[in-house]
Design a protein around this ligand. Structure first.
Ligand SMILES: [Fe+2]
Ligand SMILES: [Fe+2]
Length: 179
C-alpha cells in the first residue's frame, strides 16, 4: 500500500502564509522549541568552556616547549569555536537567543574547566571533557529523534568531531607513555 504524502498542497501553502515572522519555524516543527533552545544553550556553554580550556592549555603548552601538543590544543580550540558558532546560529534560527553571558557559564556547561599542572594533566582533562561532550551530544541526538532533523544533523556532525578529538588526545597520551 502506497504511503500517503503528508498534507495536501493547498493546506501546505495556506499554513506557510501564517506566522511568516517565525521564519524557519513552521507549524510543522515538531520538537519543543523551549526545550531545544535550552539544550542548545547548554551545548553552547559547553563549547565556550572548551574553547577557554583549550586556549589556556595552548598557551601554557607553548610555554613549556611542547609545540606539537600545543598545536593540537589550538586546533581543537578553533574547532570548538566553530561548534559554538553553529549552535548559536541554530538557536537564533529557532527563534531563541544564544546565551553568551559569563554569568553561570560553568553551570550551564556540561564540561569542566580544569587548568591542569602538567602537559599530561592537560591532555587528560581535555580527554575527559571530550568524553562528557560525546555522551551529552549522544543524549541530545536521541532526544531530538525525528522531531528536529536539522538540529539533530548539526549535533551529529559536532559529535563526530568530538569523537575525533577524543581519539587524538588518547593517541597523544599513549605516545607520551602515560595511559
Ligand atoms: Fe565541540
Ligand atoms: Fe572537542
Amino acid at each position: 500500500m502506497a504511503k500517503e504524502f503528508l498534507t495536501d498542497v493547498t493546506a501546505l501553502r495556506t499554513r506557510a502564509r501564517k506566522h511568516i515572522e517565525k521564519g524557519a519555524v513552521t507549524e510543522g516543527y515538531r520538537a519543543d522549541r523551549d526545550t531545544v533552545n535550552r539544550i542548545l544553550n547548554e551545548a553552547l556553554a559547553t563549547e565556550i568552556v572548551c574553547v577557554l580550556r583549550y586556549k589556556r592549555h595552548y598557551f601554557m603548552a607553548s610555554g613549556i616547549n611542547a609545540t606539537s601538543v600545543a598545536q593540537e590544543f589550538l586546533q581543537h580550540a578553533n574547532e570548538e569555536q566553530g561548534h559554538a558558532d553553529l549552535i548559536a546560529a541554530r538557536i537564533v534560527q529557532l527563534g531563541g537567543e544564544p546565551n553568551f553571558s559569563p554569568d553561570g557559564l560553568l553551570t550551564r556547561s556540561h564540561a569542566e574547566y580544569v587548568e591542569g599542572e602538567s602537559l599530561v594533566d592537560m591532555i587528560k582533562e581535555d580527554l575527559v571533557a571530550e568524553r562528557i561532550a560525546i555522551d551529552s551530544y549522544g543524549e541530545m541526538i536521541r532526544y531530538l529523534g525525528n522531531d528536529d532533523p536539522t538540529s539533530r544533523r548539526m549535533l551529529e556532525g559536532i559529535l563526530a568531531m568530538e569523537e575525533e578529538h577524543a581519539e587524538d588526545l588518547a593517541t597523544l597520551l599513549a605516545t607520551m607513555g602515560d595511559e
